[in-house]
Design a protein around this ligand. Structure first.
Ligand code: F6R
Length: 620
């Protein structure tokens, strides 16, 4: 949610900044901007629309300089207009800054600054920070004229951030300091890339690919003062801090589109491999269990756990629902699933033997992070199931399990979901084997897990069929998604996928709940997508399906190969391979991802960058 880039060193800053903004565009894409310092004056370029548009503007009206900052926006305060694009100037151009986050007390601060004579030209909360910083810098120059500009700028920044309520990742330049880039972080991620007499800054490490593998993750309450000769980190409470440099391994090339027209399609088709990666090195056939390297809990601590809370948002929350069924079935541990946005402000009774898992693709979702911190504060072992290495949640959790799914760029989450479910099956196996799960049952689970990449490969063969079905239904404006047990979360996920990328109204429901109200929605213009693979309650869900047919509702079924009964009942069927019920979400979710992808395309929507959304939701 908003991407920031910055550079200071010896190369042409605008080129790196533009490339970085392209790579960060998944974080926000309603407008983009850039600033450099040329001959003692800030030059800015801003453009609504994609980073491509900014690139076009820079071709006709280039920027120069060896220090600069850039921003790709997901609007929170103020319309999507050129003027509201970041970076923003403060004072009479003494400072310029790009911001990711939300300043909650900006109205009060703005009133004070207006009274002091500062002129606001944007509707953003960020401009308040820019003017406040300029104001403190002016004060500081009067108070401590003996200081150099760097010392005064640092003091001004320290004063400024003490007055801010909310979240921020800031990249700041001062007109008086042509070779000093300041960054500050509270609640919004910032990473520094360490080069040879040059430094890179970004909201995540993806812009650094090809430039450096050495990174420093800034923590909350820290500021960094960065110059080509080196950098210094100051923590608000503890003062100057020794930076910890992490060398990224295998900096991935996966963020390239390859031959695919869209990231979403690429990521759907990567699932056999991403699932394989989630399994790699984690299945111990001799002990019939799973092994995890980073839980950081002793076997004794793990055995004491008598309750699990899974917390997440959106698609990750749907994976958590599957996790609840799995952990209760295999590990017999009572498990609850909490929306992170609710949990962060609730105070549910939780014993000290409750273990919390934050499930997140990005590792930066503000609500999930806040819920996790709240649980940590109360002393619960708090672990992460996370895709993004080095993300805030991955770093702050007591331990965790990485998905290893590779970068997920499409805004609609696909491969992360199936990897999350895979890891949750492994977790259920692991905790189950510490309790009641038998050796043969563990072995069986492992065998089935190892076969999942193959099953997903077979599932993807339904692509052409899904395309045909999408053509038939792309004009419909309301859909119901129905499933039971392990496929109830899949129904929720299918409906979310359709809503977010095709802007078509869709509701996910447990199929049997239909008769308690939603069945009133059924008519010939409301298709129901039934997830109805073979399983213990297959006949029951068939009855639910018949209830819809009896009321004239079209039915698209996701069913197992060889199911002849469904072929007679449903209007259209997408067949998937048969797998055990607890593995079904991994295969049944795939055709639903493809269905939403094709419906969105046929409706002319931007599947990778749906309106109003951003990949990483770093505001509350
Ligand atoms: C939907 C989607 C979102 C995310 C949610 C949580 O396709 O991508 O619903 O799942 O914003 O994001 P993470 O998993 O990064 O915490």
């Amino acid at each position: 949610m908003c991407g920031i880039v910055g550079y200071v060193g010896h190369r042409d800053a605008p080129s790196f900044l533009l490339e970085g903004l392209h790579r960060l565009e998944y974080r926000g894409y309603d407008s983009a901007g850039m600033a450099t310092l040329e001959d003692g004056v800030f030059s800015l370029r801003k453009k609504t629309g994609r980073v491509l548009e900014l690139g076009g503007l820079l071709k006709t009206d280039p920027l120069k300089g060896t220090m600069g900052s850039g921003h790709t926006r997901w609007a929170t305060h103020g319309q999507v207009t050129d003027i509201n694009c970041h970076p923003h100037l403060g004072g009479d151009g003494e400072v310029v800054l790009a911001h990711n986050g939300v300043i909650e007390n900006y109205t009060k601060l703005k009133a004070k600054l207006v009274a002091l004579g500062y002129k606001f030209i944007t509707e953003t909360d960020t401009e308040v920070v820019a003017h406040l910083l300029a104001h403190h810098y002016r004060d500081q120059k009067k108070l401590t004229p003996e200081n150099g500009p760097k010392e005064n700028a640092t003091l001004a920044l320290e004063h400024t951030i003490l007055m801010l309520k909310g979240t921020y990742g800031l990249a700041i330049m001062f007109r008086d300091l042509p070779e000093t880039l300041f960054v500050a972080r509270q609640g919004s991620p910032l990473v520094i890339g360490v080069g040879d007499k040059e430094f890179f800054v970004a909201s995540d490490q993806t812009p650094f690919r090809g430039y450096t593998n050495d990174v420093v993750y800034l923590s909350d309450r820290e500021i960094a003062i960065i110059e080509p000769s080196g950098f210094e980190i100051i923590h608000r409470d503890t003062g100057v801090t020794a930076p910890s440099i992490t060398t990224l391994q295998n900096v991935s090339e996966d963020s390239d589109l390859g031959d695919y027209p869209h990231y979403m399609l690429k990521e759907i088709f990567e699932q056999p491999i991403s699932i394989e990666n989630a399994l790699r090195g984690r299945l111990d056939e001799d002990e019939a269990t799973a092994v995890f390297g980073g839980l950081n809990l002793t076997a004794q601590q793990l055995r004491r756990i008598d309750r699990i809370v899974l917390t997440a948002c959106g698609t990750s929350w749907h994976a958590a629902l599957v996790g609840e069924y799995l952990l209760e079935e295999f590990a017999r541990i009572p498990t609850e699933v909490e929306y992170a946005s609710e949990l962060r402000y609730r105070n549910p009774p939780m014993s000290d033997t409750t273990m919390v898992f934050a499930i997140t693709q990005s590792g930066e979702t503000a609500d999930t992070l806040a819920a996790m911190r709240e649980c940590k504060r109360k002393g619960h072992p708090t672990l992460a199931i996370c895709n993004t290495v080095g993300s805030t949640i991955a770093r702050e959790a007591d331990g965790g399990i990485y998905l290893h799914a590779g970068p997920e760029i499409g805004v609609a989450s696909t491969k992360a979901f199936t990897s999350q479910v895979t890891v949750l099956i492994e977790l259920a196996l692991f905790l189950g084997r510490m309790r009641h799960l038998s050796y043969p049952a563990g072995r069986r689970l492992i065998r089935q897990l190892k076969d999942m990449p193959n099953k997903v490969r077979q599932t993807l063969e339904c692509h052409d069929k899904v395309k045909q079905i999408a053509e038939k239904y792309a004009g419909f404006n309301n859909f119901l998604y129905l499933g039971r047990l392990y496929n109830f979360p899949v129904a929720l996920e299918g409906a979310l996928k359709l809503k977010e990328i095709s802007y078509v109204h869709a509701e996910g429901y447990p199929a049997a709940e239909m008769k308690h109200g939603p069945i009133a929605l059924v008519d010939e213009k409301t298709p129901s997508v039934f997830v109805v693979p073979q399983g213990g309650i297959y006949p029951k869900i068939i009855s639910n399906l018949e209830e819809i047919k009896a009321r004239g509702g079209p039915v698209i079924a996701i069913a197992c190969h060889g199911d002849e009964q469904i072929a007679k009942l449903a209007d259209d069927v997408i067949f998937v391979p048969e797998v055990e019920e607890y593995m079904q979400p991994i295969v049944t979710s795939v055709p639903l991802q493809l269905l939403s992808y094709h419906i969105a395309l046929l409706r002319g929507c931007n599947v990778d960058r749906p309106r109003n959304l951003a990949k990483s939701v770093t505001v509350e």
